[in-house]
Design a protein around this ligand. Structure first.
Ligand code: KG4
Ligand code: ZN
Length: 342
């Protein structure tokens, strides 16, 4: 299975055989965006256009195969930036026509979960997944990663990665803030400031059992920063980052593990760009025993966007006997999390 990823700023191409990864090559245009403080979609699309063929050739060479050896092609059809998606899907369709092989338009976010099978082996018959990225923070109930995914709930406002990026800006850190806030947080005191935990107590917790909210937390951090600045007090950036990170990760891990408890699941899979976060990884494993749940998180190189996650999901499609996508399938920038493929 050849997998192609181009939803945002990473051009990823990978090859897998069953659940075995043969090659995974990624090019990124992220460096071009630091000076803009955000991704410029047009620049990202053009970078995909330049990177796609060289990345494909590098992946084939690394795997020691040719296009003739490819049985099927998977490509991220959404969610993502429409221009970026178009480059990957047009490339995948062209390859499908040229090779006569089927093509699967698959869901990028579900790919973030699927990639874990390449590392930790086959999934159990049912499990809960927490996907956390720049655009998503959702809880999924999964029976089959290729055909049986139900979204239980999601963030009502900001995604966890987005909140980290915004707090990074408040603390004058480079873009994207997530990894910088994470690094700073490791040097601070997690208990220094008690920031709010959204939808985690009382009626809100019952009503929004599977949902998240981070906008109140983000505002609380902004107010705290402003009040110190007004008083002319230097910002304890490490403590702010650590206390903020603790609030986010406390809620993420608790809600995900409680979802397992409510639904009788004994496995939690965590994926998405934000699952690179050191405190999330630590806290999830720390609390797993308390809840009697096995927590599976892919290694960091499979957390950020890559081609392996798309190839892994494509491979699961083949195993489940899912029909390939029609060659004229559309990109879906807002693809639903309950839809693994087009
Ligand atoms: O999944 P991803 O690569 O792209 C999307 O599909 O959105 O996720 C990127 C997000 C960004 O918001 C980035 O700041 C965040 O993941 N991120 C982190 C860390 N590494 C990446 N956030 C916190 N701590 C990290 N170590
Ligand atoms: Zn992603």
């Amino acid at each position: 299975m050849l997998g192609i990823e181009s939803t945002c700023d990473e051009t990823g191409v990978a090859l897998v055989r069953g659940r075995t990864l043969l090659a995974d090559v990624t090019a990124t245009s992220m460096d071009e965006f630091a000076r803009y403080g955000g991704i410029v979609p047009e620049i990202a699309s053009r970078a995909h256009l330049e990177a796609l063929v060289p990345t494909l050739n590098a992946a084939l060479a690394k795997a020691g195969v040719t296009l003739d050896d490819v049985d099927a092609i998977a490509v991220a059809a959404g969610p993502g930036l429409i221009g970026s998606l178009t480059v990957g899907t047009a490339g995948a369709k062209a390859l499908a026509v040229a090779t006569g092989r089927p093509v699967y338009g698959v869901n990028h976010v579900i790919g973030h979960v699927a990639v874990d099978e390449l590392v930790h082996g086959p999934f159990p018959p049912s499990f809960i997944a927490l996907v956390v990225s720049g655009g998503h923070t959702s809880l999924l109930s999964v029976t089959d990663i290729a055909t049986g995914v139900v979204e239980l709930g999601s963030t009502l406002d900001d995604a966890a990665g987005e909140a980290f990026d915004k707090v990074g800006r408040l603390l004058d850190l480079p873009y994207p803030g997530g990894p910088y806030v994470d690094r700073l947080a490791q040097q601070g005191n997690r208990g220094a400031i008690r920031f709010p935990r959204g939808l985690s107590a009382g009626k809100d917790k019952d009503r929004y059992r599977y949902d998240f909210s981070f906008s109140g937390l983000k505002t609380a951090v902004a107010r705290y920063v402003e009040s110190l600045q007004d008083e002319g007090v230097p910002l304890p950036k490490e403590d702010i980052a650590a206390s903020f990170s603790e609030a986010v990760n406390d809620v993420l891990t608790r809600k995900a593990l409680e979802a397992c408890q409510y639904l009788g699941a004994d496995t939690l899979v965590i994926g998405g760009g934000f699952s690179a976060n050191s405190r999330l990884r630590e806290l999830a494993q720390e609390r797993a025993g308390e809840f009697g749940v096995e927590v599976r998180i892919p290694p960091i190189r499979f957390c950020t966007d890559n081609g392996a996650m798309i190839a892994a999901l494509g491979s699961a499609m083949l195993r489940a006997g899912v029909a390939p996508s029609a060659l004229d399938f559309s990109n879906d920038s807002g693809m639903s999390l309950s839809q693994p493929s087009v």
